[in-house]
Design a protein around this ligand. Structure first.
Ligand code: ATP
Ligand code: K
Ligand code: MG
Length: 743
């Protein structure tokens, strides 16, 4: 049985899915009562000091709340009771913020868990020999095992209607797969061996055909497992910026702690000894509680916003780096184009007939498991049937039926020269047929990038006539100018110099809407560069069509890596979008490495983000979210510190008014009494956290603008706002609090 590649729906069925900016997953944006209620248990659990100590500012508040509670019990009173209560409220609002931020991911996690059903896998019992000899795997005996028992390296067969039992790479066959459980996108995608679309995800469903998959992730640490951990926030680690900010906040807390501690001797000396209760209240009002309470929620919400856009960020550091990206590198095939390059035409040179060229191209592709190779066989079989006969006559023995699917039709002893990104060439070495005739000898056929094949031809001693070289150049140029990939086909018989037979045109289509999106990136100050293994003319044609700034053509994986290192040494932050195994080193080296979900597992492992929509321009959203994260954190820090400064003026006059009546001039707010003033400041300090939770979750609005303009705007809003807000807020609260009997 052979796998009929043509039964797969004509490509590209996933076309619109990859660039369509579909409505985001339905999680309510505004804070609802239901969400608050759902977050309540988590918020209470987080009050545990063993959990809370990671946020030093809030830990100090909790200690303060505890101390004031003891004081209120020892010496009950309205002021003591209310202060203790509001200090607990301060801590609680902080844990609530974090819990609400986390609860948004929990809904997603539970829908993902639903895909993790225990399934039965059909495991190939002894794949080693078949793997070594390249023969068919799907004909080997299998045993049924539970999916949880699968190990890395196991080989399983999955047919239409079955659920993929784990993460892996397709090593044989091609199938359409429904990945909606993971990506939320209902259009099926093609998964096939050999190319850059070989990765499959456990829990997704095979819709047509039959594939053989090699398992790449142990049960329990699959892509979906990692996705769940990610959206739940359980794997979240503090990012470098967060750590730095936490150190700053901790230092400020220590400074204020010392300031409040040294206040008492002065107070005693001036005859106005302060109660411990008042000192604690003063301390809490002075330390940066607002940002301390919201810091973690801001980070979680940023990650969550990415998930809403179908991007999985494996590291928070990458999200922050995205906010400052200068250069975006993209590979061409599968990233800017749909990636199912199909052979559409053969263009012979030097008197070679189309049938001759087609036959050679077919022979060179029979064992080529890449999509390009398969598409050549398809083209020749359907459009040049007479050449297939000619191809057969080369061999003297019938083909070995157990050979790999593509290898059927090749004579015994034929040796495959597999495609690699380094050589940019593939082909076949055919043995001399067993015959007495003296003129039969072995035949070598090569196909690949023009420069690579021409080098090979040259190495056999061939010196093509200028007229023929020109004819070839004209074909290569014509295909390239149209944005196609020209594959040059050449043949060597015996030890004679090789000769070029012609060109096969591979066509690929640029994904929709690229141009507008790259324009947008430019407006954000990000330069886009296409790095491709394809020739310069094709690269430029595609770059022009997609609206990309720059190209690096004929690039090997090493060249891609070197380009990134060069940019980084120049102080640039580099983002890379790619899908292939040959992109993996570059994805790993870049500061932000976005792997297409359609790509290989190697690419997904190497990057620090995966875009489930396989849309390279998703970087626009990623950058916006990164910038928004940094801006939100900055804005709320500014607000928090400005706020605390303003509280001095509410509390200090109240503390010392009795001994220094001159301080009355500072009491510009005309607060009712010292007790009411201090309590109002404490209440304001707690309420402001609650008020700012929605902003922390939603993020400060980001519009493309220069960094200095953004800074000016934010200083004005959050700096000045932070100074003014306490005066208004504390005064209003004081009006209510002063009505309390017994204060
Ligand atoms: N199966 C194949 N046989 C022979 N040559 C191939 C085959 N596939 C691709 N090539 C040639 O090798 C070149 C490099 O292909 P490769 O897929 O490595 O490119 P790349 O670096 O991933 O860049 P991109 O994905 O942007 O095309 C192609 O441009 C093509 O000329
Ligand atoms: K404070
Ligand atoms: Mg590629």
């Amino acid at each position: 049985m052979t796998i009929d590649t043509r039964s797969v729906p004509e490509a590209p069925p996933e076309v619109p899915a990859e660039t369509r900016h579909r409505p985001q997953r339905s999680v309510p944006r505004a804070l609802t009562w239901a969400q608050l209620r759902a977050a309540l248990p988590g918020a209470l659990r987080k009050l545990d000091p063993r959990v809370l100590y990671t946020s030093p500012v809030m830990f100090v508040v909790e200690v303060g709340a505890f101390v004031t509670t003891v004081l209120a019990i020892l010496e009950p009173g309205v002021f003591a009771g209310w202060t203790a209560g509001w200090l607990w409220a301060t801590v609680f609002f902080a844990t609530l913020a974090e819990s609400v931020a986390e609860s948004r991911g929990k809904a997603q996690a539970s829908s993902l868990r639903a895909t993790q059903k225990q399934t039965t896998a059909r495991k190939v019992t002894a794949p080693q020999d078949a793997l070594a000899s390249g023969s068919r795997l799907d004909l080997l005996p299998t045993v049924e095992v539970p999916s949880s028992a699968l190990q890395v390296g196991d080989v399983v067969v999955v047919a239409a209607g079955e659920i993929l039992p784990g993460d892996g790479d397709v090593i044989e066959g091609v199938a359409s797969v429904d990945e909606s459980a993971v990506t939320g996108e209902s259009a099926p995608v093609i998964r096939e061996s050999g190319g850059d679309r070989s990765a499959v995800t456990g829990g997704t469903v095979v819709l047509s055909d039959r594939i053989v998959v090699r398992i790449t992730a142990p049960a329990g640490s699959t892509f979906v497992d990692r996705m769940i951990a990610l959206v739940e926030g359980s794997e979240r680690q503090k990012t470098p910026n967060e750590v730095a900010l936490n150190i700053l906040l901790t230092s400020l807390t220590i400074v204020f702690l010392l300031a409040v501690a040294t206040l008492q001797p002065f107070a005693v000396y001036s005859g106005s000894r302060q109660s411990l209760l008042v000192l604690v209240a003063l301390l809490v009002c002075l330390i940066p509680t607002t940002i301390g309470a919201l810091l973690s929620a801001i980070g979680i919400a940023g990650m969550d916003r990415l998930v809403q856009r179908n991007v999985l960020a494996m590291s928070g550091r990458a999200v922050e780096a995205a906010g400052d990206v200068d250069v975006l590198l993209l590979d061409k095939t599968g990233t800017i184009t749909y990636g199912n390059r199909r052979a559409t035409e053969v263009l012979p040179v030097g008197g070679v007939t189309p049938d001759e060229l087609a036959a050679a191209a077919r022979l060179a592709s029979l064992a080529d498991e890449t999509p390009e190779g398969r598409s050549i066989v398809d083209l020749v079989d359907s459009h040049y049937p007479s050449s297939v006969e000619r191809g057969r006559s080369v061999g003297s023995e019938p083909a070995d039926p157990t050979r790999t699917q593509g290898g059927a039709g090749l004579p015994a002893g034929a040796e495959l020269v597999a495609f690699s990104a380094q050589t940019r060439m593939s082909g076949v070495d055919l043995p001399a047929p067993a015959s007495d005739a003296a003129d039969v000898s072995e035949v070598r056929i090569r196909k690949g990038a023009g420069s690579a094949v021409q080098l090979w031809v040259h190495s056999t001693g061939a010196r093509p006539a200028p007229a023929q070289a020109e004819e070839l150049a004209a074909h290569v140029d014509a295909v390239s100018r149209a944005g196609g990939t020209p594959l040059v086909v050449a043949e060597q018989v015996g030890e004679a110099p090789a000769r070029v037979l012609g060109v096969v045109r591979l066509k690929d289509v640029v994904k929709e809407g690229m141009r507008e999106r790259f324009d947008e990136l430019r407006a954000m100050g990000i330069r886009s560069v296409m790095v491709t293994g394809d020739n310069a003319v094709t690269a430029r044609a595609i770059a022009a069509e997609a609206g990309i700034d720059d190209v690096l053509a004929e690039a090997t994986p090493e060249d891609k890596l070197a380009l990134i290192r060069r940019e980084q040494e120049g102080g640039k932050l580099v983002a890379m979008a790619g899908d292939g195994t040959n992109d993996a080193p570059a994805l790993a080296q870049s500061d932000v490495g976005v792997a297409m979900n359609t790509g290989t597992s190697a690419a997904k492992e190497a990057g620090n983000m995966v875009d489930l929509d396989s849309d390279p321009t998703k970087l626009i959203e990623i950058v916006e979210i990164g910038k928004q994260l940094l801006i939100t954190r900055g804005a709320l820090t500014t607000f928090s510190v400005a706020n605390d400064v303003a509280k001095y003026f509410a509390i200090l006059p109240a503390m010392f008014m009795t001994v220094f009546p001159q301080l009355e001039v500072l009491n510009i707010m005309r607060l009712a009494s010292p007790g009411s003033a201090i309590l109002s400041a404490v209440i304001f300090n707690a309420l402001i956290i609650l008020v700012l939770i929605p902003l922390a979750l939603r993020g400060v609005r980001y519009r493309p603008a220069s960094a200095s303009a953004l800074l000016r705007r934010n200083l004005l809003i959050y700096g000045l706002g932070g100074l003014v807000a306490p005066f208004v807020g504390i005064k209003l609260i004081d009006l209510v609090v002063s009505l309390l009997p017994g204060l």
